[in-house]
Design a binder for this molecule. Structure first.
Ligand code: SAH
Length: 275
């Protein structure tokens, strides 16, 4: 693990301040897209949904199941899950503002009977043992300094035999996070703690989970960066009002650096609880 130790309140503040801006971009999806290969002509919107599908299909959801979405953002992935499968979903985020927007979105979509969002910290889940059939975490683990602690909490609330599906930004070399951070954006310096790609299996096992897949999908997703930059620049004024011009410039610079940081990995991870 890298040395950053983000604390939850900083992560909450960072997401609270940009919620209004980013909720409009990318149809409320706060994650990378997925393309099959260089010839895949899918739009960014299609690729975003495809990434959600990559994560939710690994849960193999069955009608009537209860799924926990850790780090639900403004709720788009959970709504997609609810539309595709007859399941119940609890989405949690550390950002109260995101939960407000997500709750409103579920109501507007007419899905609030099956999708509920709550403010909660994944490092200490407010749910009883064995209360979910599946747990997903789409690009939220990167903010949690103690992965084993979160994975233990996941294993605890998951029923025996239940599935876990995670998408997480990782590094192949520890120095990569320093390079990534070197643009100096406070958002990443204070809120990112990337795991090493090749330690993911061990982290899962330490938490009592059985890893079934750890795949690096960076080559399927790297194209996203271009769209992140384009999206941010398209609403520059509003973004700058939320975070200030200096931080905005640093974030754009940082996004550009990702393209030149080959040691970053994008882990698609599946695991299950014993039993
Ligand atoms: N999964 C969503 C959002 C990804 S952004 C999407 O794909 O659109 C990362 C999310 O993780 C944010 O919602 C953030 O609030 C959440 N998060 C980060 N640390 C958290 C923690 N300790 N507990 C709960 N949620 C957390």
């Amino acid at each position: 693990m890298t040395q950053n130790a983000p604390d939850s309140s900083k992560v909450a503040d960072a997401y609270d301040e940009i919620t209004t801006v980013v909720a409009k971009l990318w149809n409320g999806n706060l994650h990378y897209g997925y393309w099959d290969d260089e010839n895949d002509q899918s739009t960014f919107g299609q690729a975003l949904d495809r990434m959600t599908d990559e994560v939710i299909s690994r849960l193999d959801p069955r009608p009537g199941q209860r799924i926990l979405d850790i780090g639900c953002g403004t709720g788009s992935p959970a709504l997609r899950l609810a539309r595709r499968y007859e399941v119940e979903i609890v989405g949690i985020s550390i950002s109260p503002r995101q939960i407000e927007v997500a709750t409103e979105g579920a109501r507007a979509a007419g899905l609030d009977d099956r999708v509920r969002y709550e403010v909660a910290d994944a490092m200490s889940l407010p749910y009883p043992d064995d209360s979910f059939d599946g747990v997903m975490a789409l690009e939220s683990m990167v903010h949690m300094p103690d992965k084993v602690q979160v994975l233990r909490e996941i294993a605890r609330v998951l029923r025996p035999g239940g599935r876990v599906s995670i998408a997480d930004l990782t590094v192949h070399e520890v120095s990569a996070q320093e390079r990534y951070n070197s643009a100096g954006a406070s958002s990443t310096e204070e809120t990112y703690a990337m795991a090493r790609f090749d330690e993911y299996g061990d982290l899962l096992e330490k938490a009592g989970l059985i890893p079934t897949e750890v795949t690096d999908a960076m080559r399927n997703t790297r194209r996203s960066i271009r769209y992140f930059i384009e999206g941010a620049l398209s609403c520059r004024d509003e973004y700058v009002r939320a975070i200030g011009v200096e931080e905005f410039e640093k974030r754009v610079e940082e996004a550009r650096r990702i393209e030149h940081t080959p040691e970053l990995g994008y882990a698609l991870v599946s695991a299950r609880n014993p039993g």
